[in-house]
Design a protein around this ligand. Structure first.
Ligand code: NAP
Length: 291
């Protein structure tokens, strides 16, 4: 079977490459080889490659969307629609990535798939519209909402913390935004499992297990990194601050834990070899792999 990955040079794209299973032909296209905002380019690439499955890992990230909502719409809405239309015409299953930020964060229990959405920043609004665009264009679509991704690739919270902890004496980190830190590797394994077993359609939630604030996550990164020898014990101390005290301008949900029961039930039936990990276990493994 053949799987084409759009956004193949981003964090998740590179993680998908790293755990690319034997027996599956993977094509990982960066923006220079597949610009999802260019409908003609999308049709040409999908028509030539004729994959069985296309995974869309291309995105305009959170902060950039706030200052460029029009470009955000092109990448996070028009691009996914272009992909869905080409997938429809060439009978390709589309797996599209989305986000916990489609919710407003005023909940206090894990968000169910069909809970009302209500994004509170440009990124979430464009990602929600992207979900609607792909379902509106094609029947064979799976949307996987994930959250708080980190890995050894690209720019992410774990890598930023490791750098800053090595440079500073102390760091302040928000303690009143709660979600689930999620290692991109198990997510990539889940996506490959879906791609290989005629993925079901509809929306799935996927993160690692458990709950944390950004502050909890930062404290755990420091502890594990010192234990693994990536930082010494003089690394920056981590101090909690509230969202109100933080200088960032983008609205972020206070609570964005996702209910994963549908994905985990699917895995138990279809791909029991893919292991669900608590986020602390993932973090330990991710940091150990950096040593
Ligand atoms: N990162 C998170 O914490 C997080 C949380 C929730 C959900 N997600 C979702 O997970 C998915 C993957 O995120 P990620 O962290 O891997 O993002 P990422 O590291 O920012 O990678 C996104 C990739 O998309 C590419 N791209 C941008 N515009 C494009 C275009 N017009 N055509 C083709 N490629 C384009 C970027 O290329 P350039 O470098 O050239 O711009 C980049 O390589 C996204 O759907 C995101 O919404 C991520």
């Amino acid at each position: 079977m053949k799987v084409l990955v759009a956004g193949g040079q981003g964090q998740l794209g590179r993680q998908l490459q790293e755990v690319h299973p034997h027996g599956v032909q993977g094509e990982f296209r960066g923006r220079d080889q597949l610009d999802i905002t260019d409908a003609t380019n999308v049709r040409e690439v999908v028509g030539e490659a004729r994959p069985d499955v296309l995974i869309n890992a291309a995105v305009m990230p959170v902060e950039a969307c706030e200052s460029n909502p029009d470009v955000a719409r092109q990448i996070n809405v028009v691009g996914p629609r272009n992909l869905a239309e080409a997938c429809r015409d060439f009978n390709v299953h589309l797996i599209h990535l989305s986000t916990d930020y489609v919710f407003n964060g005023r909940g206090c229990l894990p968000y169910q798939i069909d809970d009302p959405t209500g994004p509170i920043q440009a990124y979430g609004r464009s990602k929600l519209e992207g979900e609607q665009a792909v379902f509106g264009a094609h029947d064979r679509v799976t949307v996987v909402r994930t959250a708080w991704l980190y890995s050894k690739f690209g720019t992410n919270f774990m890598r930023t913390m490791l750098r800053l902890m090595g440079e500073r004496d102390k760091l302040t980190v928000i303690d009143d935004q709660v979600g689930t830190p999620t290692w991109a590797k198990p997510l990539a394994e889940f996506l490959w499992a879906m791609a290989r077993s005629s993925a079901p359609t509809g929306i799935f939630h996927w993160t690692d297990a458990g709950v944390a604030s950004w502050y909890d996550f930062a404290v755990a990164i420091r502890g594990e990194a010192v234990r693994a020898g990536l930082l010494d014990s003089s690394a920056a101390r981590v101090l909690p601050i509230s969202t109100a005290e933080y200088s960032g301008t983008t609205n972020r949900p206070h609570f964005s834990v996702l209910d994963k029961s549908k994905a985990w039930a699917w895995l138990r039936e279809q791909a029991p070899d893919v292991r669900v990990r608590h986020w602390t276990e993932s973090l330990q493994e991710a940091l150990t792999s950096l040593t």
